[in-house]
Design a protein around this ligand. Structure first.
Ligand code: SF4
Length: 163
């Protein structure tokens, strides 16, 4: 979804968005029922917990020796085992949809150096070309992807504000 701004090569070299520490473990991807079922076929031993009304997260039993949790679907050599059928959270990362005082906003995860290096105008133009509508529409249908606002994440666009 973001290949116009973020090349597959850049992501392949980084994969920071698939590895979580104690601070950002809440960022693990929200899995729809379909994606959970696919993940169960790939990873028969994976465990899940419910998220919201009809979504799931990987159950985290422990962090690794580096004190990190690596998404179980991350293959160290090949990348995401889901290929192009990634969870919505992963498709739009580092954009996030968050809620503050009942209002939704699209924010950006500050740890993505490649996207943070883009001029803000470029990010906003990209969102306004259609991705913002896609995100807000998806969140309306799938509210489990909406995260509580985190002040570390700069707000780019509020919902229902005139573009
Ligand atoms: S589902 Fe794939 S893209 Fe998403 S965090 Fe896991 S490995 Fe990364």
């Amino acid at each position: 979804m973001l290949t116009k701004l973020l090349s597959r090569e850049t992501c392949a070299k980084c994969r920071l968005c698939c590895i979580f520490d104690h601070y950002d473990v809440w960022e693990t991807p929200v899995l729809s029922q379909n994606i959970k079922e696919t993940a169960e076929k790939i990873l028969p031993d994976a465990e899940f917990i419910s998220k919201g009304t009809r979504s799931y997260l990987f159950r985290i039993r422990e962090f690794d020796e580096d004190d990190l949790f690596r998404c179980p679907l991350l293959d160290p050599q090949k990348g995401c085992m889901l290929g192009t059928e990634k969870p919505f959270d992963c498709q739009i990362w580092p954009f996030r949809i968050m809620e503050l005082d009942g209002r939704q906003a699209i924010t950006i995860a500050p740890i993505c150096d490649a996207m943070m290096a883009q001029p803000i105008g470029t990010l906003l133009s990209f969102l306004k070309e259609g991705l913002a509508d896609t995100i807000f529409d998806y969140a309306a249908e799938n509210p489990d992807v909406v995260k509580p606002y985190d002040s570390m994440y700069p707000v780019l666009l509020w919902k229902d504000k005139n573009f």
